[in-house]
Write a protein that binds this ligand. Structure first.
Ligand SMILES: N[C@@H](Cc1c[nH]cn1)C(=O)NCC(=O)O
Length: 429
């Protein structure tokens, strides 16, 4: 299999497509806000409820753990029941999870809430990508997916800024901020409900891939993705493992201990990567749509990560240069990866394809966090011993170089087909 597949069965109207795009983006904003809502209340949970660091960490880790297995089932369900139904059901699970987290009297109830949220959220993420592929396949797909992800990233940024925006709620304690997160999850659910309602028309008219069209799931189907898909999967695992484990877990501490920044400046430096992605991800998607090439951009995005890590680890140059390079990589790779996936697999296998990628991605992110933490502990990394971070940087550097190697192999495989396709289109124009 693995030819560059047609990306949509039919063509819903442009207005309908953009209404769906907006609803899905609103829904994703709320979902990413809840995803990042624990970090800002971590200190309050420790002070007011006596939670340990391990308990706070578990409230986030419990998100990844079930998805190492469940997300594949989620992807298959998206193919079987359609993006709209699965967006609605999983947005409901996320709302229930957010409410359980906010209103539970004890740690176990809160952890159960985060577990429920995690079970819903990753499948929700697949369903929203499938929704955009359904409506924008073949036209402005990368721009639409980039814009959707950008609004999601804005939700994460909003959660980080919530102590400033909702200072009164934080002044009252740990619970009001989580109740706000629940209200935002309710908005996400309402947008998912509206999307499901709008989607019924085009789906009944046969303009979208229907769940019924996909045959039953068979394990051997997983092996039927072509070579380019497997290169993309390897890149997804290696690149996300480095970018998320470094940027979300260790970079602030690393900037403080190795480059001498204070906590506020280090946090601000880190948040620029995030903010840049809000604007740059759709911009890069737009460029890809215009140029009609994906694989070379993916290789460029993958190449910037090891370069940035090398500058950080081996030079004392200004932190701005590696921050800009990581910001471009963090915007470019997701802007290209998901539209390219939808071009490499058949529409009724898109959910399964992403599900399989995210099974390994969740394991990779969790594994990279553990390995990096273990390397730092073993070397006694600290402000007094900045050299103790060398092993972690070498690990991240080598992993990102491996990711680049897969991006180049992908370029050699899928890129050639992209060129042939573009030449055919030019010839027939
Ligand atoms: N598997 C998700 C991980 C995630 C969840 N919320 C934010 N990130 C994923 O890869 N989503 C696409 C992305 O580029 O963030």
């Amino acid at each position: 299999m693995s030819t560059i597949a047609p990306t949509a069965v039919g063509r819903p109207g442009r207005l309908t497509a953009w209404i769906v795009g907006v609803l899905v983006a609103v829904s994703l904003f709320g979902n990413f806000y809840v995803y990042d809502s624990i970090g800002p209340v971590a200190d309050l949970l420790q002070q007011q409820r006596g939670f340990t660091d391990t308990q706070v960490g578990l409230l986030n880790a419990i998100y990844n753990l079930p998805n190492i297995v469940l997300i594949l089932v989620g992807g298959v369900l998206v193919d079987r029941f359609g993006a709209a139904r699965m967006t609605l059901v999983t947005a409901g699970l996320c709302l229930a999870g957010a409410a359980l987290t906010a209103f539970s009297p004890g740690f176990t109830g809160m952890a159960a809430g985060r577990l429920l949220y995690g079970i819903g959220a990753e499948t929700f993420n697949i369903a929203t990508l499938a929704a955009v592929a359904d409506y924008f396949g073949g036209r402005s797909l990368a721009l639409a997916m980039g814009a959707e992800l950008a609004i999601g990233r804005l939700g994460s940024y909003g959660a980080d800024m919530s102590p400033t925006w909702f200072a009164n709620a934080y002044a009252q304690g740990w619970q009001p901020p989580l109740v706000i997160a629940t209200a935002i999850a309710a908005t996400s659910f309402a947008a998912a409900l509206a999307y499901w309602w709008v989607d019924r028309g085009p789906r009944r008219a046969g303009l979208l891939p229907t769940g019924q069209a996909s045959e039953g799931f068979a394990w051997r189907d997983l092996l039927h993705f072509g070579k380019a898909y497997w290169y993309l999967l390897a890149l997804c695992v290696l690149w996300y493992a480095v970018i998320l484990a470094f940027r979300s877990t260790f970079s602030i501490k690393y900037f403080q201990h190795v480059h001498g920044l204070d906590l506020a400046t280090a946090g601000e430096m880190n948040s620029y990567v995030f903010l840049a992605a809000v604007f740059a991800t759709p911009a890069f998607g737009w460029v890809c749509d215009r140029v009609g090439r994906y694989a070379p951009f993916l290789a460029l995005g993958a190449a910037l990560l090891p370069v940035a890590l090398a500058i950080l680890a081996l030079t004392s140059w200004s932190l701005w240069l590696p921050t800009v390079l990581i910001g471009v990589s963090f915007s470019l790779v997701p802007a290209v990866m998901w539209p390219l996936t939808s071009r490499l697999v058949a529409p009724n296998r898109f959910g399964t394809a992403i599900g399989l990628m995210w099974v390994v991605q969740n394991a990779g992110i969790g594994g990279a966090n553990l390995v990096a933490g273990w390397l730092n502990d073993r070397a006694g990394a600290s402000a007094a011993n900045p050299g103790g971070y060398d092993a972690m940087m070498a690990f991240f550097g080598l992993t990102s170089v491996a990711g680049l190697a897969f991006a180049l192999m992908l370029w050699l495989t899928a890129g050639r087909r992209e060129q042939e396709k573009a030449a055919t289109l030019r010839a027939s124009a």
